[in-house]
Design a protein around this ligand. Sequence first.
Ligand code: NZQ
Ligand code: ZN
Length: 387
Amino acid sequence: MNNFTLYNPTKIIFGSGTIKDIVKEISKESKILIIYGGGSVKRNGVLDEVKAALQGYDIDEFAGIEPNPTYETLMQCVEKVRNQKIDFLLAVGGGSVIDGTKFIAAAVNYAGEPWDIVKSYGRGVRQAIPFGTVLTLPASGSEMNSGAVITRLATKTKLPFMNPLLFPKFSVLDPTKTYTLPASQIGNGVVDTFVHITEQYLTYPVSGKIQDRFAEGLLLTLIEEGPKALTDPQNYDVRANLMWCATLGLNGLISAGVPQDWATHMVGHELTALHGLDHARTLAVLLPAMLKIRKDDKKQKLLQYAERVWGISQGDEDARVDKAIDKTRAFFESMQVKTRLCDYGITAEAIPTVVEQLKAHGMVKLGEKFNVTPEMVEKILGLCLSV
Ligand code: NZQ
Ligand code: ZN
């Protein structure tokens, strides 16, 4: 197992009816800005519940954070926070709203050009406005980590950054608030969580036995509970397990002391920035091809994954690995998430631009062995087209 430091200060408040508990976490003197997206929190009553809990507080709102939050919109909110001397931010929504809030928190008092926060991968952040979250879409894990992914429309750039100052002070996870998610977002959430886990698990063995078992348990839960959320969306236990799975999938626990990949995510971000695909759908397309092309590097963990997650232990090694990859693709499709570029109208002509964008963003040695080159990505994308 590799050396590691694990730090996670976020308080999780979990369960039905917990939104009201936010008052225990925010001082009465705070000037609060409630930040949300396109209006789902208005339609599903979550915003009213938050505002009812904050009766008597000095609150204001900022609406309009897009899916795949954009720098251009976020900077409008930064100005509002500066002008109104807001001192506490409350993100109410999914990963896009929470990521956008992290950027805002970091940008308000940032000395330089705010986009440099993203370009420097968060290294230049010295202070952040405190913030909490009320999560309505389990997927990104942003509710319990210090990372975010921001898009700059002007340059069709979507990049991640992180900084320890950007952990939420608290996050409320009420599974009943996910009942209004459309099937497409239920599928996105399960697939995004699944690939977060494989990015931290399907690499090479370092005797991280606890991390492996933990990751495998999360994967088995997604496989068991994911389809149920589509057929029985108001089943509290199903939604509670999926919500907790998503948070544990990217809060530092399963990545501590083990190698991490993230090539699928980095290429996926380019597909979203260039073609507008939902984040999770880029991952569903890329992961099977990534595993096929890179199976020699990942062989031992793929065999372990085949046996412990899919119960495949017979047959020659190559056949077992291929079967596990096919099972993975079939699972994504069972969550109503298509897994081929042609399903999204993307053809071979699109591949060179994706590769060029990766190079432009310095993403030229990706993966746990830093050997996923633009040339390899070109091959991987070719495999994503339709076979
Ligand atoms: O616009 P609103 O009203 O917010 O509606 C949203 C949006 O249209 C809707 N929605 C959310 N909760 C709902 C709901 N609709 C009905 N009922 C509810 N309870 O769903 C749509 C998608 O929301 P979004 O926040 O974009 O989805 P998600 O949570 O999947 O977040 C995706 C973003 O997370 C980033 C992605 O890059 C993407 O920008 N990620 C963040 C990570 C992190 N911080 O660690 C890691 C991830 O890999 C990921 O990259
Ligand atoms: Zn993701």
